[in-house]
Design a protein around this ligand. Sequence first.
Ligand SMILES: Nc1ncnc2c1ncn2[C@@H]1O[C@H](COP(=O)(O)OP(=O)(O)OP(=O)(O)O)[C@@H](O)[C@H]1O
Ligand SMILES: [Mg+2]
Length: 268
Amino acid sequence: MSGARWLTHFGLDDLPFAKDIDDADLWLPSRRAALVDELVDAVHERQHVTLTGEPGVGKTCTLRALRERLPDAGFRLTYCHNATLGRRDFYRQLCLALGLSPKATAAAVFYAVGAHIEELGRERVHPVLLLDEAHLLHQDVLDHLHVLANYEWDSRPLLSLVLVGLPELNDRMRLHRNRSLWSRIHCRLALGEALPEDTVEYIDARMQAAGIKQSPFDSDALTMLHEATLGRLRDIDHIATECLKRAARRKLKRVDAALVQNVAKDCA
Ligand SMILES: Nc1ncnc2c1ncn2[C@@H]1O[C@H](COP(=O)(O)OP(=O)(O)OP(=O)(O)O)[C@@H](O)[C@H]1O
Ligand SMILES: [Mg+2]
């Protein structure tokens, strides 16, 4: 716990908008919970998935909610976020993530990954490869992903690919060159910005998780916060935190719309 004075001022036990939120404290209103359900179902059905959305809307947190929902016994999740690697380094990283020793050649890496996936299939463990920031994947990695995606045994894919990224991931997937991969991805999900009522709920949820029942944000302040951030959660985190700090410095117990407006202008 941080002992910052602004936390004490508001009676907060913890940073209310920290990134390292516990999986159990993730905010999942019904629309987000429904999206997580779709992801969970798709992975249970061994499908491949894309999940796209603007920066900071909560895509990576949605993956954490997925992790929380999948039973350890039946699934092996591998999270890769270093999407800027070339094909060879990508497979090398994949080996490490799967607990395999990295191989010297791309062919050896591919063989090891394939053999491992087959082995997991025999043990009835379904591997799920989560590729975050997938809009940044090198084309030669994308060129090969459909080979992994197409790894079939008993006519069912042995691996689920979950590609997560900015909306331009969809544009890339629609390129003629990527049609083999795109045609194998049937579960195509989009995560939108929070609606005005979501923003209110989100702030309340995070303030409560940090230890206070009564949020210090006035209702006008929440409207302003939503307008200034367009409902993107990372921006809400940033501006709301700055508002709380400034209010504490001025010994104010409430955050009003004027304060939010000033902070938003300074943070723009
Ligand atoms: N379900 C959630 N519950 C609580 N906080 C969340 C949730 N989703 C997002 N957040 C907050 O919003 C921030 C941004 O979320 P996240 O990193 O998941 O966005 P993203 O869509 O992956 O962004 P980027 O495209 O930049 O990678 C998180 O650090 C967290 O504070
Ligand atoms: Mg992310």
